[in-house]
Design a protein around this ligand. Structure first.
Ligand code: SAH
Length: 349
């Protein structure tokens, strides 16, 4: 099966020519595909070619389930891939536009202690077209409006699927494709240092987010397996390189976990590490998952104290807005819910 959504318009035209049709059919098919049309809707395509497409084309991801928050306008999607695998995504509507959180792999093999996406390891990586297909499906689902910004913060480690993610970024921003701005893209990594260094040289104006989650290696190693491989000093050096090559600030994500990393002294230690680095800290109070019930969310007072302490040290910091709290908005929880045997229907509370 051919994964047409992973191909550029020219590549589809070349493929169509090889099938024995004129190249302009490729342009037509490409235009339909990026609008999320089904093959049967491609009314300007001859029936015989449509039949061939049914036989040859890998079906794009489709939305299998959709839950809308009643607290805000957040929507959560479960997509089914051509091989039956499930991934999830979240659409957040802000005043400045619609942001879609995309998955880059089915599951994840990074093994972070607090994350639901990694509990069963990585099933497989997504193709560029399967990433693009998430945007295409949601654009179509929305009808009015479209996805403006993308965060690569769904399941998977983007830098563990480096080449497909780069291809996706080039496809989504290509003028004859979705023509989206890369300035509206944030890529989040758990801190794979060699890929961070390589990414700095790609010349793409994407915001790099790094999941730090700890002020020192000792704490980081308790919750992130990747910390056995790379020290915080190495992660910081790669972040500095990114800033110097791109001129863009780096975002550090910091999941706050009660009794582990949210004391004022941890804020001080973090601030010392970040001094003189063009960066921003995004605090995420831990989203508790039932499989990891020893890891607890911090109290609101702890979050406030931590934030104040960083501000005192002149670190730019915000607390991530929690959206879609009633629809299991976070991190692999909807997929797990659906995959678990005792599936109860999810209804927004
Ligand atoms: N693999 C990438 C993308 C992961 S998801 C990365 O590690 O950065 C985006 C963010 O959510 C990461 O910072 C991740 O560490 C964080 N996260 C995962 N599970 C969480 C949870 N239960 N509570 C709070 N943050 C979580």
């Amino acid at each position: 099966m051919t994964d047409l959504l992973s191909m550029s318009r020219e590549e589809i035209c070349a493929w169509i020519k090889d099938l024995g049709y004129p190249a302009f059919r490729g342009q037509q098919i490409h235009a339909w595909l990026i609008r999320g049309a089904d093959i049967d809707e491609m009314t300007n395509i001859p029936l015989k070619l449509r039949e061939e497409l049914h036989a040859l084309m890998q079906p794009p991801p489709r939305i299998d389930m959709c839950v809308k928050s009643q607290l805000d306008d957040t929507e959560k999607f479960l997509y089914r891939l051509y091989d039956g695998n499930l991934i999830e995504g979240v659409l957040m509507r802000y005043k400045h536009g619609n942001t879609l959180c995309l998955s880059t792999q089915v599951g994840c093999r990074m093994g972070c202690a607090f994350c639901a996406s990694t509990l069963e390891g990585c099933v497989r990586s997504l193709s560029a077209g399967e990433m693009l297909g998430q945007i295409v499906a949601v654009n179509r689902h929305m009808g009015e409006g479209r996805v403006n910004n993308v965060v690569l913060m769904g399941s998977g480690e983007p830098f563990d699927n480096y080449d497909n993610v780069m291809r996706f970024l080039r496809l989504m921003s290509s003028e004859d494709g979705l023509n989206m701005s890369l300035r509206g893209v944030s890529l989040s990594t758990c801190g794979l240092v060699p890929q961070m260094l390589r990414f700095a040289d790609e010349g793409l104006p994407v915001t790099l987010s790094v999941s730090l989650h700890a002020p020192n290696d000792e704490i980081r190693r308790k919750i992130m397996r990747v910390a056995q491989r790379y020290t915080i000093d190495e992660v910081m050096a790669a972040a500095r390189h990114y800033v110097s090559r791109t001129g863009r600030r780096v975002i550090f994500e910091y999941a706050m976990i009660g009794d582990l990393n949210c004391e004022p002294r941890h804020a001080d230690e973090l601030a010392s590490r970040l001094r003189h680095l063009q960066c921003h800290v995004n605090l995420i109070p831990l989203n508790e998952i039932k499989e990891k019930d020893a890891l607890k969310a911090p109290t609101p007072a702890q979050v406030q104290r931590f934030m104040t302490q960083l501000e005192r040290r002149n670190i730019s910091v915000t607390r991530r807005r929690e959206m879609g709290d009633d629809i299991q908005g976070a991190c692999g929880q909807l997929r797990r819910h659906v995959l678990s045997e005792k599936t109860e229907p999810i209804t927004p509370s």
